[in-house]
Design a protein around this ligand. Sequence first.
Ligand code: ADP
Length: 189
Amino acid sequence: MLGLRRYKRTQIDIWQGDITQFSVDLMVNAANFELAGGLGVDGAIHAAGGPEILAECKKIGNCPTGSCVVTTAGRLPAKNVIHAVGPVWVDGNNKEAELLKTCYENIFVTAKNLGGRHLSIPAISTGAYRFPQGLAAEIAMTTAKKFIDHEYQSAPQRITFVAIDGAAYDVLQKHLFASFADEIDHFEQ
Ligand code: ADP
């Protein structure tokens, strides 16, 4: 089953696989405060993109939790990388949900300002940062919807949420369909 919705002027879909293999305008990285590269998505993006991305990150310095910075994309199939820093999940009482929401808001605003037509986003914070997948997916979808509601004329034409495996795909799909349930005008099965 495809995970796919169209809302106002934006297509929202889910793609399963390694984010570095998926061609877009703007690829989001789940980065860390030091912009130092790491494991997970971050490691994959720097490995596939090449050293110039890390060199740009070093020049920028760091990025507070909830914010993002932009670099070129090196050898990646994208124009730019948006390095977004999600929160580390502690116990849910440390503004984790609020910070992840802010992180997604900043990603969408940055994408809009860059004029990107197609944006890919991994499941930020749900790996090494241990954020619960379901809550993270809900925040991702509801924040996307709110953004499109406010910025539908300048929002990206396509937002692709990337799941590394089938379990992550199912979680994203559930929340995609829940958040955009009433606005279906395109649904494939
Ligand atoms: P964070 O530190 O923000 O938790 P991670 O990179 O550890 O970031 O994980 C974020 C999510 O991305 C996890 O669900 C992880 O399984 C997934 N992931 C890891 N590698 C890739 C990849 N190459 N492409 C897409 N998603 C990935």
